[in-house]
Design a protein around this ligand. Structure first.
Ligand code: DQA
Length: 160
């Protein structure tokens, strides 16, 4: 599933949500909140508009599809905000694809360090620029704000 606001390629960012995140709002709301994936998308597209970013939000339960999106983002040098869901904890294939992204921010709705011990380890974190965990949807918004800061700094450097 893909939702996006179009814009110049220099301001594009992809938000990639992995396995089971399409179930947001229904799945363990006491942990992941009552906001649906569509409501998350709406909030992130609005946050993107405020930040001057053309945000595309994609969700898939297919690891292959997620890896294809990472390859496309790498080829287009697009920054990526990713919540890999449970893949975070074991998918070396995803980590290898994520390694190619120039600017990658890993987000988790829940605090993965305060839950079952297997969740404390993410194979994606070593290839991410940074990780935001436990802030709910605000974590995605913080990640987008960070990406906007980086892109602005980059375009300022290009102008000078
Ligand atoms: C999650 C945390 C993962 O451990 C879990 O498997 C998810 C969601 C989060 O956003 O908190 O599916 O990535």
């Amino acid at each position: 599933m893909t939702s996006e606001v179009t814009g110049s390629s220099s301001s594009q960012v992809w938000v990639l949500n992995g396995v089971n995140l399409g179930r947001l709002g229904k799945r363990q709301p006491e942990i992941y909140g009552s906001t649906s994936h569509q409501q998350l998308v709406d909030r992130l597209l609005m946050a993107g508009q405020d930040l001057g970013l053309a945000v595309a939000v994609r969700q898939s339960d297919s690891e292959r599809e997620m890896i294809e999106w990472l390859h496309q983002a790498a080829d287009q040098h697009l920054p990526v905000v990713i919540n890999p869901g449970a893949w975070s904890h074991y998918s070396l294939a995803l980590a290898d694809a994520a390694r190619e992204i120039d600017l990658l921010v890993e987000v988790h709705l829940s605090n993965i360090y305060a839950r079952e011990s297997f969740r404390s380890h993410s194979v994606i974190s070593p290839v991410a620029k940074g990780v935001i965990s436990g802030l709910g949807i605000a974590g995605y918004e913080a990640a987008l704000a960070y990406v906007a800061t980086c892109l602005n700094a980059r375009s300022g450097a290009d102008d000078s």
